[in-house]
Design a protein around this ligand. Structure first.
Ligand SMILES: Nc1nc2c(ncn2[C@@H]2O[C@H](COP(=O)(O)OP(=O)(O)OP(=O)(O)O)[C@@H](O)[C@H]2O)c(=O)[nH]1
Ligand SMILES: [Mg+2]
Length: 362
């Protein structure tokens, strides 16, 4: 999973990125004028730690998420001004976008807009993305019309119909996320790589003084969001300061401020919820115990495929124990004794926390 960190200049994108790297990341890219920072972040997972203590594997592999720290967005980027189209095409490769919005007042940190107004900034970036998507859709309509003339009929007719609906929808200033579409059309839509089709997390970077009280900006944003958008807030400055402390001091500091444990874990959880991802585990008695992320609603067959295509191809059955049953009973043997393990077929819908052993033909 790849999450793009976006936002206007000096909103705290790189501060968040550094925080993520420190909490569990390996930094693999370097930001040059044209290339963004990339980090692969290990997902902190207490359930995996529990399994490691029980299974004692040689190797422990957590799930990972890739974060990309993009260069700041500016007005006019949607029309492809400056390096706009280059950056936007990179952003289209992300599975989800995390928009860092400035909601802290600090005369020492320059702001490109006259006032601190995260609701306006969210809508400003949304407008740029709508324009960029309109441009993408128009270009694609031109290409598909050409295909039609060349005689590629059925497929092109369906695509053109969907593209025209996208065009009308975007012209009315609606994000593609909210466009009513059938399952087949959803598949086509994914191929269009539109920015307003991406799930979006609006993360307000709030001033310290706003911690612990209701934030009207969060309420206003929450009231106007549609499908596949979530709103969350953090004070990145405080999070950064806490991250520099020893674990004991950090805990005391958090308690003092009434902060929940780990803003970082919260951001990740919000991303997982937004993307509808769940975690399953493998590795009872094996060399490696590992966490895997798959979309909620994926079948045992798809889960097997996430591990290896051989397992999907030769799938016989999945032996499943849920983590909650394991934790409640303390060992796999105790779970089996109670008959809480299950043998499932291809169509079984994997649940969050399932420990899965795939039996397959080589
Ligand atoms: N007061 C205050 N300052 C912050 C906060 N978060 C970030 N900053 C400061 O704001 C400045 C910009 O932070 P960055 O994280 O570099 O912001 P950015 O969005 O990556 O900026 P660009 O990449 O230049 O667009 C830095 O000087 C940070 O120390 C915050 O919560 N409160
Ligand atoms: Mg930056």
């Amino acid at each position: 999973m790849r999450i793009g960190i976006i936002g206007l200049p000096s909103t705290g994108k790189t501060t968040l990125f550094n925080l993520l790297c420190q909490a569990g990341g390996s930094h693999v890219g370097h930001q040059s004028a044209k290339e963004p920072n990339v980090a692969v972040v290990r997902v902190p997972d207490p359930r995996l730690d529990y399994l490691a203590a029980l299974f004692k594997p040689k190797k422990l592999t957590p799930a990972t998420v890739e974060f990309i720290d993009f260069v700041a967005l500016t007005r006019g980027v949607g029309k492809g001004e400056g390096l706009g189209s280059h950056y936007l095409s990179q952003m289209r490769q992300a599975d989800a976008l995390l928009h860092v919005l400035r909601d802290f007042d600090d005369p020492g940190v320059a702001h490109t807009e006259a006032t601190i107004d995260p609701v306006r900034d969210a809508s400003l970036v949304n407008t740029e993305f709508l324009l960029a998507d309109l441009d993408t859709v128009e270009k694609r309509i031109g290409r598909v019309e050409l295909d039609l003339k060349k005689g590629k009929k059925d497929e092109a007719v369906r695509e053109l119909d969907l593209l025209r609906r996208c065009h009308a929808w975007l012209t009315e200033e609606n994000p593609i996320r909210d466009l009513p579409a059938s399952a087949d059309e959803e598949k086509l839509l994914r191929g269009f790589t539109l920015l307003t089709a991406r799930p979006l997390l609006l993360l307000l970077n709030v001033g310290e003084e706003k911690l612990g009280s209701a934030n009207p900006a969060v309420e206003r944003l929450t009231a106007r969001i549609g499908k596949d958008v979530a709103v969350s807030q953090l004070c990145l400055k405080v999070e950064w300061e806490v991250s520099q402390l020893s674990p004991e001091d950090a805990e005391a500091f958090r308690a003092d401020l009434g902060l929940k444990a780990g803003g970082f874990a919260e951001v990740l959880q919000a991303c997982f919820d937004l993307l509808g991802l769940i975690t399953f585990y493998t590795g009872e008695g094996g060399e490696e115990t590992r966490a895997w992320t798959i979309p909620r609603g994926a079948t045992a067959l798809k889960a097997a495929g996430a591990i290896h295509s051989d397992l999907e191809r030769g799938f016989i059955r999945a032996e499943v124990v849920n983590f909650a049953d394991l934790e409640a009973n303390g060992s796999m043997a105790a779970v089996r004794k109670k008959g809480l393990h299950r043998v499932e077929g291809k169509e079984y819908l994997v649940r969050d926390g399932d420990i899965v052993l795939v039996r397959f033909n080589v």
